[in-house]
Design a protein around this ligand. Structure first.
Ligand SMILES: [Zn+2]
Length: 427
């Protein structure tokens, strides 16, 4: 059998040790910094000491799906094609939720590793990611949101609740994420997976700021599981899909720019469609409000004037034409909108006020993501890096989608000989 995988210009060694890559959804580096200061995440503190810890950047827009797909492909959206959770198909005018791999270009590392004979598992909190992460995968792939209905035929596994030892978690809870980790740990201990990708939910981060008792309790529970993975003999690597910021003004009310309302006031009803690519079936905690939107003009002649108008709005950090945005943010140019708008750190952008159900946010201050301000994310490894990879972190911008490369190629402990490798993974 082959002992490297080639994907999008990178070579990946097959794991010689069990390797667990975790995407801690919405884990702004502030949570980790505060957690270490508060003493609630000793394992992560040890990673920083004995392994590797840095701040890296996620891809823009700083949303869940583009970043999860970037992580499992080792490439930015211009390569794999996924630039949002929610799209407008320009040809048909249809608005599409990304729930499968139809828009994915090329393979994922998980798919290729599983096809090369590596026992591979992908577990997500939210079911919306399952199909794209499981694209062409021969291993185990399921979400904890739909854990009770797993079948061997579709998910490569059944009776997950018996495996984990407790019933399926509430969809709106921190346990949805902890359950992902516990299921991964069970698969690792039973030697049913050698390479695991575990993608959590940002339910806690949308609700609670760094240092809040709820945030620290979640981080502590996460940290204990990271140690359990290390104790089970795994190399553990953690990144986030995006950070998280407060999106409220001094009065505690959310800072929202309803962009389609504003454009329609100036250019007439139906003159523009604003798409919020944060939209997903799981919006109870953020009202589908993020800091990045796409604008589609009904009349192309309005675009320069719209750009000018948007540029002058309070709360807007940047507005670019679609082709400028594609170039600047490595997005697929042929799928880009007429205009791309990015909000300042404390603002979110909406479509029309009637399209966003603000009651869904509840009584807590709005926290969300999508902009440049939520690009910094933690990049953690349990084990030390080779000199080559350590040097690379000093000379190039580290991205969350470098994590599999680092975990498989850059960790000293991983570099087993070919012979050792063939013993671990039968051909
Ligand atoms: Zn996310």
């Amino acid at each position: 059998m082959t002992n490297t995988i080639h994907l999008h210009g990178r070579h990946y060694r097959l794991p010689s040790l069990p390797t667990v890559v975790i995407c801690i959804d919405g884990c702004d580096p502030e949570y980790i910094a505060q957690g270490i200061a508060d003493g609630v995440c000793p394992t992560i503190a040890r990673f920083a000491e004995n392994g590797f810890s840095a701040i890296a950047d996620c891809v823009m827009p700083s949303f869940t799906n583009p970043n999860n797909v970037s992580i499992v492909t080792g490439a930015p959206p211009e390569v794999h094609g996924i630039a949002g959770n929610y799209f407008l198909d320009r040809k048909t005018g249809d608005e599409i939720m990304m729930t499968d791999a139809r828009l994915l270009i090329g393979e994922t590392l998980l798919g290729l590793m599983s096809q090369a004979g590596v026992p591979t598992a992908a577990i997500t909190a939210k079911d919306k990611l399952r199909k794209v992460l499981g694209h062409n995968m021969k291993g185990i792939c399921f979400s904890t949101e739909k854990v009770a209905s797993c079948t061997v035929e579709e998910h490569g596994i059944s009776q997950v609740e018996a495996l984990v030892g407790r019933p399926a978690p509430d969809m709106y809870s921190g346990d949805l994420s902890l359950y992902v980790l516990d299921a991964g740990l069970a698969l690792l201990r039973e030697q049913r997976a050698q390479l695991l990708y575990l993608s959590l939910s940002d339910y806690i981060q949308h609700k609670f700021a760094p240092g809040a008792p709820e945030s620290n309790a979640f981080l502590s529970a996460l940290d204990q599981r990271l140690q359990a993975f290390v104790d089970a003999g795994a190399i553990v690597a953690c990144v986030a899909d995006h950070g998280m910021s407060d999106k409220t003004g001094a009065d505690g009310k959310p800072n929202i720019v309803f962009l389609q309302d504003i454009l329609e006031q100036h250019f007439g009803a139906g003159s523009a469609r604003v798409i919020c690519p944060i939209t997903d079936p799981f919006v109870r905690h953020h009202g589908a409000l993020g800091s990045f939107v796409r604008v589609y003009a009904a009349n192309a002649q309005h675009i320069p004037e719209m750009l000018q108008l948007i540029q002058g709005l309070a709360g807007v950090e940047q507005v670019l034409t679609g082709s400028e945005a594609a170039k600047a943010m490595q997005l697929p140019a042929d799928r880009e909108a007429d205009l791309v708008v990015i909000a300042q750190e404390s603002y979110v952008l909406g479509s029309t006020h009637t399209e966003h159900d603000l009651s869904t946010i509840g009584d807590r201050p709005l926290r969300s993501h999508g902009g440049y301000s939520e690009q910094p994310i933690p990049f953690l490894l349990s084990h030390s890096l080779t000199d080559e990879y350590l040097q690379r972190t000093a000379s190039t911008r580290l991205r969350n989608f470098d994590i599999f490369d680092f975990a498989l190629n850059g960790v000293t402990a991983q570099l087993a000989t070919k012979e050792e490798l063939s013993l671990l993974i039968p051909a």
